[in-house]
Every structure is written in C-alpha cells, then in structure tokens.
Design a protein around this ligand. Structure first.
Ligand code: XIL
Length: 298
C-alpha cells in the first residue's frame, strides 16, 4: 500500500490517529487524516468531563462529529474512554462511595448505549494501575469505591454495547515490568471468571527507545486470549525515532492478535507532548523519516 491505512488493511489491521473534532475543519489536517488513516480516536471528546458535564446531562456533539467523519470515510472508531481518574467533571471529582459507584456505572451505560453499534473498541477503563514496583491499583476516587469497580464497568459496557470490543488501556506497560504484570494478572483473573474483556491497549508514549521485551510483552497478553492494540503511540524525536517506530510496528505485525496501531496525533504541532516532535508528520504536514519507516514495516 501507499498509505498507512491501506498498508495496514492489507495485513488485516487498522492504522489510526487521535483527532480533536475541531481540527476536522482544518483542510491540511483533514486531508492527511482522510488519506492516511482508517481508524480515529477522539482525543478528548468522549471523556467523562466532555460527555457528562453536569450529572445526568449528556453532551455528545464532539464525539458524534468524529464518529460521523469516521463513518463517512469508512474508518473504525476507538471509544476513549469511559472511566479514568483524570478529566472527570467537577461533580464527580467531589463524589465518593456508593453515590460515585452508581454515577460511574450509569455513565458507562449511558455513553456506551449512545454509541452502540458505532464503536470498534472501547477503552472501558484507562490508567487504573499504579506506576512503580507495586503492581497494584492506582489510588483514585473510583478505586476507593471498591476493587471490583473495573469489572463492574466492563459488565455494564458489555450489556450496553454487546458488539464493541472492550479494552483495558494504560501507559508504562510497554515492557515486562511490575505494572504490566499487575494488569496481566487482572486480565487473567477476568478471563478465568468470565468478566467480559476483549483487548488490552498499550498507550506506548515512548521516549527515545523501545523496551527490548516490547513484543514479548504484547505476546504474553495475546496468549491470555485477548486482542492487543497500540493505542496512543508517540515517540520522542531524535536519531532513533524512525527506528523505534519501525520496532513498534514490526512487533504488532508479528502478533496475529495485535489488531491495530493508533498514533496520538497527526502533525508534531498536534501533539500533546509540546516540543517532543513525537509524531509521523512535521509541523508543515510533510511526512517524516518515521513515516516511511512505519510504512515499510507494515
Ligand atoms: C491527552 C490529550 O491529548 C490532551 O489534549 C488532554 O489535554 C489531556 O489528555 N493518556 C490518555 C489520553 O489516555 O487521553 C491523554 O490525552 C494522553 C495520556
């Protein structure tokens, strides 16, 4: 293929990008998106603060715009994200206990129902594990409602949209380490008890290098019987950027259950990472060396 999306599709995968709704009317941005990608993730529009700014009042305009754009261009949508400790509306930040648990599960049900049939995969829960060596959960208002909050969220999402793949998504899980092993143990437990989980997302916000056991880590999750996806890929600019992008791409392509790769933005000027220039297109919209390296690795 001559584009990322077409090349990935030839191998039965997607290649996507995170986009904010307002940039779809930027013609340079939209022409790159429409040419290169066959999957979109809303960068912020489906998060809790955006979709339920006041309790029980749901606003879907930004997410709907991205879904409509994707559908009219034959692209998949990854829903991101139903529950996360960040970007919660103020009203939820101040809640706890049963009231918060009920509000959170209602949020999952309402949003997944609104988008039923339109989402390829949902990041049901984002970033619930702690950094460092504990391998345990991150402290948060959601975690304090009880350790079973994650499985409750997955069960509610399955009931609301039985056709969507349901993913757990996190960062600093790119190699075999205490955090990724904590998640691995949760997924194994969910599979053994019949908690509905279909996929694990590896954000892959990377520095200048890729862990040597990146592929082995993806493989051990796939071996549990879930799909794996690279969900928020960006890699610091430097002499190794193109090589690191190729390494990540090859790792995914080597694993049949790695179903797709999403970069977290299009041009370096679109990145949330300021001056790291971690994406595949430069600030003028030109293809970087990293782009060619990914295309060749697909
Ligand atoms: C980031 C967005 O890119 C920014 O626009 C926003 O201000 C903060 O969130 N992990 C995630 C994403 O799961 O949702 C985050 O996106 C980046 C880190």
């Amino acid at each position: 293929g001559t584009t990322l999306g077409a090349s990935a599709a030839e191998k039965g995968r997607y290649f996507g990008a995170a986009v904010p709704a307002f940039k779809l009317s930027d013609s340079q941005f939209a022409s790159i998106v429409n040419r290169e990608f066959n999957q979109l993730t809303p960068e912020n529009e489906m998060k809790w603060d955006a979709t339920e700014p006041q309790q029980g009042r749901f606003t879907y305009s930004g997410g709907d715009q991205i879904v409509a754009h994707a559908q009219s261009h034959g692209m998949l949508v990854r829903g991101h994200t139903l529950l996360w400790y960040q970007q919660q509306p103020g009203w939820a930040q101040g809640m706890s206990g049963t009231a918060l648990r009920n509000a959170a599960i209602n949020h999952v049900t309402q949003v997944a129902t609104h988008y039923r049939g339109k989402i390829y995969a949902w990041d049901v829960v984002n970033e619930a594990f702690a950094d460092g060596g504990s391998g345990g959960r991150r402290d948060s208002n959601l975690q304090r409602t009880g350790n079973d909050w994650i499985e409750a969220a997955f069960r509610a999402a399955r009931a609301a949209d039985p056709g969507a793949k349901l993913c757990y998504n996190d960062y600093n899980t790119d190699g075999i380490n205490a955090k990724s092993t904590g998640i691995y143990n949760m997924v194994r437990d969910f599979k053994s008890r019949g908690v509905p989980i279909d996929c694990v997302g590896f954000q892959s916000h990377l520095g200048t290098s890729v862990p040597g056991d990146y592929q082995a880590n993806l493989q051990r999750f796939a071996d549990l019987g879930v799909d794996v996806q690279i969900t928020e890929l960006d890699i610091t600019q430097g002499s190794n950027q193109a090589n690191a992008y190729a390494q990540v791409t090859r790792a995914c392509m080597a694993i049949p259950r790695c179903t797709g790769i999403t970069v977290w933005g299009v041009r370096d000027s679109d990145s949330w990472r300021g001056n790291d220039n971690p994406l595949l297109f430069d600030r003028s919209g030109n293809k970087k060396a990293a782009y060619t390296s990914v295309l060749n690795a697909l």
